[in-house]
Ligand binder design. Structure first.
Ligand code: ZN
Length: 160
């Protein structure tokens, strides 16, 4: 079948431009998916994918046209196998992620979050070392930091 193209038809070049942009955007999504962090928390995993879509949409200017952006997000959700990205509000996705991460942290460290100071056996000398844990919200996700200081052997470690 021969498809004839009428380059003079109204909207022709606009649609060519749109298609090229979409192709570039999908390429960028595919690349981004290869390096995306695999979070243990599903909601955070979904949010990370949303960040990727938003970033690509911004770069390609897809966010300027809301309908086009929504369609792009839909297609990405399909590709990623994450229907939440289509069904949920973006603000909900961020909220769910934050709550789920906090919950996971509580499950991991107990109600108090295990944050603050505690005594732990030093893995170097076996004496009691001071362990300090804290959390920091960074870009919508929470990072946990631990520092251990042992006054007996001078072990001083920082971990995130
Ligand atoms: Zn020690």
């Amino acid at each position: 079948m021969i498809i004839s193209v009428d380059a003079n038809a109204p909207g022709y070049w606009e649609s060519v431009r749109k298609n090229a942009t979409q192709r570039r955007a999908f390429e960028a999504i595919k690349k981004g998916l290869k390096t995306i962090r695999i979070s243990q928390v599903y909601e955070q995993y979904v949010e990370d994918h949303l960040y990727l879509i938003q970033e690509v949409a911004r770069k390609e200017g897809l966010h300027k046209d809301l309908d086009q952006y929504k369609q792009f997000r839909c297609e990405c959700a399909d590709t990623m196998g994450l229907p939440e990205l289509t069904d949920c509000d973006e603000s909900d996705i961020h909220q769910f992620s934050l709550e789920a991460v906090l919950e996971a942290a509580e499950a991991l460290y107990g109600d108090e979050g295990g944050l603050g100071r505690s005594q732990e056996q030093c893995s170097c000398c076996g004496e009691l070392a001071t362990c300090h844990r804290w959390e920091k919200v960074e870009g919508g996700s929470i990072t946990f930091y631990t520092s251990i200081y042992c006054e007996h052997c001078g072990r001083d470690e920082f971990d995130s």
